[in-house]
Write a protein that binds this ligand. Sequence first.
Ligand code: RFL
Ligand code: PHB
Length: 395
Amino acid sequence: MVTQRTQVAIIGAGPSGLLLGQLLHRAGIANIVVERQDGDYVLGRIRAGVLEQTTCDLLIEAGVGTRMHADGMVHEGFELCFGGARHRIDMAGLTGGKRVTVYGQTEVTRDLMDARAAAGLTTVYHAVEVALHGFDTKTPSVTYLKDGEPQEIRCDFIAGCDGYHGVSRASVPPESLSIYEKAYPFGWLGVLADTKPVSHELIYSNHERGFALCSMRSPTRTRYYVQCSLHDKVEQWSDAAFWDELRLRLDPQAAESLITGPSIEKSIAPLRSFVAEPMRFGTLFLAGDAAHVVPPTGAKGLNLAASDIRYLSRAFIEHYAERSEAGITHYSDVCLRRIWKAERFSWWFTGLMHRFPETGAIGQKLQRAELDYLVSSRAASTAMAENYVGLPFEA
Ligand code: RFL
Ligand code: PHB
């Protein structure tokens, strides 16, 4: 057995784990990241696209803001499409100037990986049989196999940043966890294509055939989604079928100007609301999708992961630099208050925009009434804009 020693062992090299590693490194706190896949696999997953300002600020603090500044697209509003017309939500105007940045999760992850490599920090890819030990003590450890050889990391803390399917949450005794979960009866079929975006802002569309979203990654790369059945297989959706379906769910003007092209990625994602409480067990801390999942409608998943990491990095820095346990003690409660607000917003926006098989005609009438109210009431639009740009942090 090869044994290494570090201060914080981080499980998972997704955005949560890599961002934590970078913030800790900059504060002089040693860390090792253990990831079960390889780097290319992690970069190959096309996921989030919308960053709240506080997420951008944290990336800048971590020293990885340069490319985001150069290539990220600042958005001051988005559009809601229903009844054959589009209605703009003026995010910046309604929130005193707050905006979001459209910059892909793939690029965030790439910037963090590059920074980690440049700093010469250890990331163990292809770690097999990762296991967590002794997190009810002050001397926890992580074991795994690398190239068939058993390895051990002894540490002060373990950060479980290994996503919804990871080993960290699964290592906690079930009786110590409260789980809150809702699975939605549909999925999102997403397509990435090198085409000019149909509009310079995002379009969220409620249509009787189902939800659609027009997003982007750059002025020449689009990311579009349509609500689909959970029984659908990606292979059943030709590019032509996807473009036809998307066009049907947009207003006539957007449908007319939609530019199509070959897909460079196509995948189906299920939609889920999920929270595991608490987020700390002795010396183990859960962060990001390991602790909570939101349906992607509100664009909150990556942003919530970043806000957990903001609190967690500060808690560790307080522990080592100031010998204060306050951040560690309050980590779970402080995170969960913000998480539940984002869970509520994501659940609400999902309910407003999708076709639900069980609600029937009255469900559609009620959605339409709420959408009409939303775009005609400044109070209702403001509430939506405030949530979309991201709620403030507690001190
Ligand atoms: P991740 O990204 O899942 O990374 C976890 C990492 O842990 C590794 N791992 C393990 N490593 C070692 N040992 C094990 N036993 C392990 N098990 C797993 C995995 O290989 C992986 O590398 O979690 P993280 O870092 O917490 O990041 C969370 C975000 O990825 C997620 O919340 C967002 O992608 C959600 N999301 C969106 N969020 C936004 O803020 N804005 C958006 O616009 C947005 N759009 C989306 C989304 C998610 C989507 N899908 C597919 C779920 C759109 C979609 C379609
Ligand atoms: C994306 O660009 O992938 C995206 C944008 C907004 C969302 C979800 C996904 O709400």
